[in-house]
Design a protein around this ligand. Sequence first.
Ligand code: FE2
Ligand code: FE2
Length: 163
Amino acid sequence: MTASSPPAGSTTLRDQLIADHHDLERVIRQLLVGFDKGIPEDLVVSWNRFETTLVRHMSVEERFVLPHFERAHATVAMEIRADHVEFRQRLAEMRSDLRLHFGRLPSARRFLGRLEAHSAREDRVLYSWLSSHRGGIDGDALLRALDRPAPSIRLRATSDGES
Ligand SMILES: [Fe+2]
Ligand SMILES: [Fe+2]
């Protein structure tokens, strides 16, 4: 994945979801720095932002995208949902670890690695599908729930040249 923003004048739901992944990656990098330095204040701020963004992002996918995607791709959708269940469990476990062991979370990097792999798979499979099969998805409601800055132009189902 790259850290690019959606191109001006060409924004899609896919762009917005990928931008959300990029935000999560930035917070993950801040978290890893916090783990290395063991600075409790930095860690708590980054953790809160990470958890809030991730939980909101997963909820948006489950509410707006997966119900449509799973009609054609039931197995992949089920695996994505299973990842989300696992991530919510791990978030709860790691939040309690965070209070007890600042800077010493041996499983944190594994969890963040799993999350990066999940995001990369969604970029490839789920969001590619979204860019060409948006029928039935309420894009405005999705964007409101995602709580990202409103795009300055009208949303389009696909970008030119997207498959
Ligand atoms: Fe996801
Ligand atoms: Fe995602």
